[in-house]
Design a binder for this molecule. Sequence first.
Ligand SMILES: *[C@@H]1O[C@H](CO)[C@@H](O)[C@H](O)[C@H]1NC(C)=O
Length: 152
Amino acid sequence: MTKMKITLFMLAAIAACLMMGSVSAMTHIVGGGHGWRLPDNQTFFEEWAKPRTFGVGDRLVFPYRPGSETVVLVKKEDYKECREKDAIDTYYNGPTILDLTKTGHYYFICDIGKHCEAGQKFHITVVKRKGSSGNPFPFQVNNPALAAPITS
Ligand SMILES: *[C@@H]1O[C@H](CO)[C@@H](O)[C@H](O)[C@H]1NC(C)=O
């Protein structure tokens, strides 16, 4: 009987984890409302990526029209030089949707014209944590009012 209860509890816990996993996975829209196209300045996409946490299970969406942009996954050296000597993957049939399934560093560039040189590039680090947009939560635990001890 006890064994049965433990098994049921474990099943419930696993189910809860799976459900939370699917709910907590983030979809990151690359460039936000601007989308994946020529930025106003060279740091736009790096600034977009910087506050975010990219977790395993998260999804990257590159909004663009086929033919106007590309998404090329390259290595660090190519990223720095805006070239694709060693391209890992190339996508051109926008919008491109990529599921982040593995931890590690990812370097993306657009290989149309001088788009990469103009700043259409960014780098992310995918980690085993929960993804986030980096926006502060509306209710912070460190808010003194909320953290005040409950006395009765
Ligand atoms: C780049 O452009 C974005 C969007 O227009 C702006 O928010 C950001 O401050 C700019 N960065 C620099 C370094 O000018």
